[in-house]
Ligand binder design. Structure first.
Ligand code: F6P
Length: 327
């Protein structure tokens, strides 16, 4: 017989992503709808370890659905990686009677949740909140759509100036281990090349295609590079290209953390609300220690210990499309 859940905690962990607030709102209001007591844990697992936990009500999540960042703040917590830190965290939850947790974060946060739920009797539900979209078991993660649209807007602007000056631009987008922001924003802006951590960078191919384009006076080239790409990112690539083709005017733009902030798109608010609602339903129905994703527009539940093992795979066809369209 499952224990009845009566008090739940919600937290954000790892890098923030637009839509986290919409998700917190959904968890809090669904919990209250079901007559649960809901607590907000500040600064991710840090708040659990340091006992920074506060009661939430429907008003405490008013007017946040449109805001980027997270009202609960977020952090990466080293203490939670140690058993003693997790035990402290457990004791802090237990003294308030918290018997269920919703964790909004990326794969690192899910790893923490998985270990914690294996060691202590507090069921955890993960919700994929990361701009990187690097978690298998969901088509989208909360924040990805906003981040990619921010990148698209910036790249479009850069293309205007590239075109005015007949210049080449190398634009670095976020993604230490994942190339989805690069791939989506690159295809959507007509990039000539997209370099991502998941694929080996063929530098000779890049140089040859630039030389070929130079011959036919195609001087406006946009290369999108994910920050974790193996050649060393936009600056390294620019140095190499300038060295090999001195006649090319090359400029670098690193978009950085603007991709993590800003008001979430409709899509991010929508998936955040659906996922937040279903996280609470999972806790109540006894579907524990899973992460809630959306696949083909339907809710999808992946056990946390499977979720931490798998990465989304890059679609080879998309890479082919980039090559064919960039002529
Ligand atoms: O995980 C999201 C992400 O934005 C990565 O793409 C990026 O490499 C990393 O976070 C940056 O983290 P920080 O803000 O801690 O430097």
């Amino acid at each position: 017989m499952q224990k009845k859940i009566s008090r739940i905690g919600v937290l954000c962990s790892g890098g923030d992503s637009p839509g986290m607030n919409a998700c917190i709102r959904a968890v809090v209001r669904t919990g209250i709808y079901h007559e649960l007591e809901v607590f907000g844990v500040m600064r991710g697992y840090m708040g659990m370890v340091e006992d920074d936990i506060k009661p939430m009500d429907t008003r405490s999540v008013a007017n946040i659905i449109q805001r980027g960042g997270t009202i609960l703040k977020t952090a990466r917590c080293m203490e939670f990686m140690e058993y003693d830190g997790r035990k402290k965290a457990y004791e802090n939850l237990r003294k308030r009677g918290i018997d269920g947790l919703v964790i909004i974060g990326g794969d690192g946060s899910f790893r923490g949740a998985q270990t914690f739920s294996n060691e202590f009797d507090i069921p955890c539900i993960g919700l994929p909140g990361t701009i990187d979209k690097d978690i298998a078991g969901t088509d989208f993660t909360i924040g990805f759509d906003t981040a990619v649209n921010t990148a698209v807007e910036a790249i479009d602007k850069i293309r205007d100036t590239a075109d005015a000056h007949d210049r080449m631009f190398i634009i670095e987008v976020m993604g230490r281990d994942a190339g989805y922001i690069a791939l989506h924003s690159g295809i959507a802006t007509g990039a000539e090349n997209i370099l991502i951590p998941e694929k080996k960078t063929d530098i000779n191919y890049i140089i040859e295609s630039l030389l070929e384009k130079e011959k036919r006076k195609k001087l406006v080239n946009i290369i999108i590079v994910a920050e974790g790409e193996e050649f060393g990112g936009a600056n390294e690539l620019s140095k190499f290209i300038k060295n090999r083709i001195p006649s090319l005017e090359v400029r670098v733009a690193i978009l950085g953390h603007i991709q993590r902030g800003g008001s979430p798109t409709c899509m991010d608010r929508l998936i955040a609300s659906r996922m937040g609602y279903h996280a609470v339903e999972c806790l109540l129905e006894g579907r524990h220690n899973v992460f809630v994703g959306i696949v083909n527009n339907k809710m999808n539940y992946t056990p946390l210990n499977e979720a931490v093992k798998k990465k989304q795979r890059i679609n080879e066809e998309w890479m082919k499309i980039v090559k064919i369209l960039a002529t």
